[in-house]
Ligand binder design. Structure first.
Ligand code: SF4
Length: 375
């Protein structure tokens, strides 16, 4: 896309994770890149472009405040996006899981927008359904509670991503439900404690085991989207079935099962490279790489077994039998007609996507290679 725009004489500026964490390769395709937050840097980009003196790299000296950020949504008008407003409250995460690149991007700072500004933005957008896109909305529990209290009068339905330790605070969970939270995505990652320790996520179990925490969320009426990664040292070919069985038993609304994927900026990437276990140095540029494939050599199985195990787990979780069984949950998935409608819609979309995405080349919508060919 960038090549085509530049061929037409249009200046291309890129920002986000890729230009920040893999700047050299991005600069081959862009006239300029913005590393890290766009706030403050973007004004400089515009001013320089107007003077015809665009620099190659823009980066703030320090993390800017995100107060008074007002996203302009006019560019979405007339396009067929889902009728869900995407709103951000905070940036950063207090944790530092080994496979995650949030720290590399946002640093260790936690920055929140004033609650009043978030509420104003949601009111202005005027959507009934809101996805709060923060990587972990509970970076600061007192301010999260303040936000949820302010959301109650809006009568919206909202979705978010959070860490399982939210369950330790019943008031927090109750405020989530009261303010309209319907579905929360939680990275369980693994059922093995030693794996959690290796990925620096053992804190997940600090306040209770997974089963207890899940019950607290379901009792409050929250539907759960659980995600798992496979390929840490204690994982074997048996690990997939155990995670699928766990997800069905706990009536997860949705679940995903992915190969652990080393991304630039995450400590995991450097470790696997150092251990000489990466299959490709840069899988995202590798012409032979397909979506859903393992990118490194795990210890407890082969790379092909990792690819196939994840695909098999996704398929097993999304059978019609599993969808029907998980729906029978009066506390969360079948709590009311609205929950049931979201449950059914999201499950049918998820079921369709498994087969549509697996084996696809990055940046393409067609070139597919069936999983069986890996065997
Ligand atoms: S994986 Fe989640 S909890 Fe861990 S550092 Fe990243 S955002 Fe935070």
């Amino acid at each position: 896309m960038a090549d085509e725009f530049r061929r037409r004489g249009v200046k291309v500026v890129m920002g986000g994770y890729h230009p920040t964490l893999a700047s050299r390769e991005t600069l081959r395709f862009a006239d300029a890149i913005v590393q890290g937050d766009a706030e403050q840097a973007w004004q400089r980009v515009i001013a320089d472009a107007e003077r015809g003196r665009l620099q190659r790299v823009y980066r703030n000296d320090r993390f800017p405040s995100i107060e008074r950020s007002r996203p302009d949504r006019t560019i979405f008008r007339g396009k067929s996006y889902l009728p869900v407003a995407l709103v951000q409250y905070a940036r950063g995460c207090k944790y530092n899981c080994e496979f995650c690149s949030i720290r590399a991007f946002y640093g260790s700072d936690l920055r929140m927008r004033p609650v009043r500004e978030v509420v104003d933005e949601i009111e202005r957008v005027g959507r009934r359904h809101v996805f709060i896109v923060d990587d972990n909305i509970f970076v600061d529990v007192p301010s999260a509670k303040k936000l949820f209290r302010a959301l109650i009068p809006l009568r919206i339905r909202w979705f978010c991503q959070a860490s399982i330790d939210i369950a330790r605070d019943r008031e927090l969970v109750s405020l989530m439900a009261q303010s309209g939270c319907v579905n929360v995505l939680i990275g369980f990652e693994s059922l093995d404690e030693e794996n959690l320790r290796q990925m620096r996520k053992k804190w997940s179990l600090k306040y209770g085991d997974y089963a207890t925490s899940i019950e607290i969320l379901r009792d409050a009426g929250l539907m759960i989207y659980g995600t798992f990664v496979f390929g840490y040292d204690r994982d074997t070919v048996e690990s997939f079935d155990a995670a699928v069985e766990f997800s069905i038993r706990h009536r997860f609304c949705l679940a995903n099962f992915n190969p652990l994927t080393p991304t630039p900026g995450a400590p995991l990437y450097d470790r696997l490279r150092h251990e000489n276990r990466l299959i490709y140095d840069r899988w995202w540029l590798e012409p032979g790489y397909r979506y859903g494939e393992a990118t490194f050599h795990p210890r407890g199985m082969t790379a092909d077994e990792l690819t196939e195990g994840c695909y098999r787990a996704r398929t097993a979780f999304n059978t019609y039998g599993s969808i029907s069984r998980r729906l029978l949950d009066l506390r969360a998935n079948l709590r009311n007609p609205h929950h049931a409608a979201i449950y059914l819609l999201s499950n049918f979309v998820s079921r369709k996507e498994i087969h549509a995405k697996q084996g696809i080349t990055l940046g393409s919508t067609t070139a597919r290679r069936p999983v069986a060919e890996h065997a």
